[in-house]
Design a protein around this ligand. Structure first.
Ligand code: BGC
Length: 491
């Protein structure tokens, strides 16, 4: 094969195409919220059936993350992402077409597989193909595209939502075909990662790709490092290896960071923000969706900011700054709801203000850091399995938080403090919608509960968040082998 020259911008193009997987992740996470009212009416579904359809995607993601880690170690990162792209395209077409609720559930489960697969294989691919000094920034591109995907899905929901057409949910789902195709075609032209090729003994191919993306003066050093690492671990990748004592810290870090990323309640805001804003006093579903769009915009803007900070300030600093901001805004949000009735008009603006601050701090810290760190801390040979465990934990915790939010709200609502809103409710018996008062409980206690988890996260992070900024992936492995503590990781 003909050798292609070093091109400084190539790696950015590569990362950007791969990160389209993040766009799909975000799009397919967000799209359901706008589609629900329409397919509920179209198929005349009960709330529990709606819950099943929503959860199907999450279940698919858990399965996708669980079973494909090993495949990406065996068949390579590129083929794994290609497989996800194909599933995204078929899944989007299938969900848009679904003629009945059962097929809709199966199609959401199917597309969930692709979300689960891409959520670990894309960051992994990018981490392995990036030069060390900008690795953080390039992996964070993935998070940026997740946030853009969420925003695009809110906007496209808004564009397709037509109150006179119960089938408006179909184009919302069909829209996902477009980014699916972009990922499929783009990925087809991208190379495999030099690190994975090296792990398969394909040294020449590995060098050829490295030459196109790494500065010429660093190539030999990188080759040597990768080779050493492969030498150190010759046997076949094995699931049990992740649980070996010397890797226990890496395992705790990846499950732990995903625990805190999800248990500070991020997706209660992403999935339920229209509802939260309605409870806060913004009237009507449309105002609620606009509130969600504003959250989506803040999320994107601050994720862009994080791209510039992550390789400069480093992972630990961002983690602490972010979590402190998250905890303070959650307390504030709780106060806005607790004193809802005495605050009057100001209450709802305080609520939306604290949600914006909360999202901003999440976007510069736990959002990108979760995905970045799980792609960095495992040794090459089991990096696929390792980061899929991180990703799997993410989806499990995500599912638990989403499923329990309203129950936790109820649990922590003092009697008489529930907030009443007027909502359009579907009645299966009469097959019609009518406006009825709904007691939503008061989310103050739930937000304080998440704040307390955030405080525990700060203490946990002091011991467990490693500073991986500017450190070669192979060095990180060496640190674990020598029995080093996460917070002592240094260049
Ligand atoms: C999280 C998602 C969340 C998104 C919000 C991601 O890092 O894993 O659960 O919806 O950030 O931007």
């Amino acid at each position: 094969m003909k050798e292609k020259p070093y091109n400084k911008n190539l790696v950015i193009i590569i990362a950007a195409v791969a990160a389209t997987g993040g766009l799909l992740f975000g799009f397919d996470t967000g799209v359901i919220s706008g589609a629900i009212p329409f397919f509920q009416q179209d198929f005349q579904l009960s709330n529990s059936m709606v819950e099943n359809i929503t959860t199907a995607g999450l279940v698919g993601a858990v399965i996708g993350a669980m079973f494909t880690g090993r495949l990406s170690d065996i068949f390579g990162r590129k083929k794994t992402i290609l497989a996800a792209a194909i599933i995204f395209v078929i899944g989007a077409a299938w969900s848009g077409w679904a003629p009945n609720p059962t097929l809709l559930i199966i199609s959401r489960l199917f597309i969930g597989l692709a979300i689960g697969i891409s959520s670990f294989s894309v960051p992994l691919y990018i981490a392995e193909i990036s030069p060390t000094h900008i690795r953080g920034r390039l992996v964070s591109l993935f998070q940026l595209l997740i946030t853009i995907g969420i925003l695009v899905s809110y906007l496209s929901d808004l564009a397709f939502a037509n109150n006179n057409n119960v089938e408006s949910w179909r184009p919302m789902f069909y829209a996902g075909i477009v980014p699916g195709f972009i990922l499929l075609i783009g990925m087809f032209f991208l190379p495999e990662t030099p690190r994975w090729l090296m792990s398969k003994g394909r040294e020449e191919e590995s060098r050829r790709i490295l030459k196109r993306i790494e500065e010429p003066s660093l190539i030999e050093e990188s080759m040597k490092r990768m080779k050493d690492e492969v030498e150190k671990a010759k046997e076949k990748p094995n699931f049990r290896e992740v649980f070996r004592p010397w890797l226990r810290k890496a395992l705790i870090i990846s499950v732990g960071i995903m625990f805190f990323q999800q248990f500070v309640g991020i997706n209660t805001v992403i999935y339920y923000s229209p509802k939260i804003f309605m409870i806060a006093g913004f009237e009507g579903a449309r105002a609620g969706i606009w509130g969600a769009v504003s959250v989506g915009i803040v999320n994107v803007l601050f994720t862009i900011l994080s791209l510039f900070m992550i390789d400069k300030l480093g992972r630990r600093k961002l983690y602490f700054i972010g979590l402190i901001g998250i905890v303070i805004s959650l307390f504030g949000l709780g106060l806005a709801f607790e004193f809802h009735s005495s605050l009057g008009e100001m209450g709802k603006w305080l609520a939306i203000g604290f949600v914006w601050i909360y999202i901003a701090f999440f976007a510069i810290s736990l959002g990108p850091l979760g995905w970045l760190i799980i792609s960095e801390i495992f040794p090459l040979r089991i990096r696929g399995i390792g980061s899929s465990i991180g990703s799997l934990s993410n989806w499990l915790f995500n599912g638990i938080v989403a499923f329990t939010f309203f129950k936790i709200v109820k649990l922590f609502t003092a009697s008489g403090s529930g907030i009443i809103t007027n909502e359009k409710i579907y009645d299966a018996a009469t097959n019609s919608f009518s406006m009825q008062p709904v007691n939503n409980g008061n989310p103050a206690g739930a937000f304080w509960f998440y704040a307390v988890i955030g405080i525990i996260g700060i203490i946990w992070g002091y011991f467990y968040i490693p500073e991986t900024k500017g450190i070669a992936l192979e060095k990180i492995e060496e640190h674990w082998r020598l029995g080093g503590k996460p917070r002592e990781l240094r260049k």
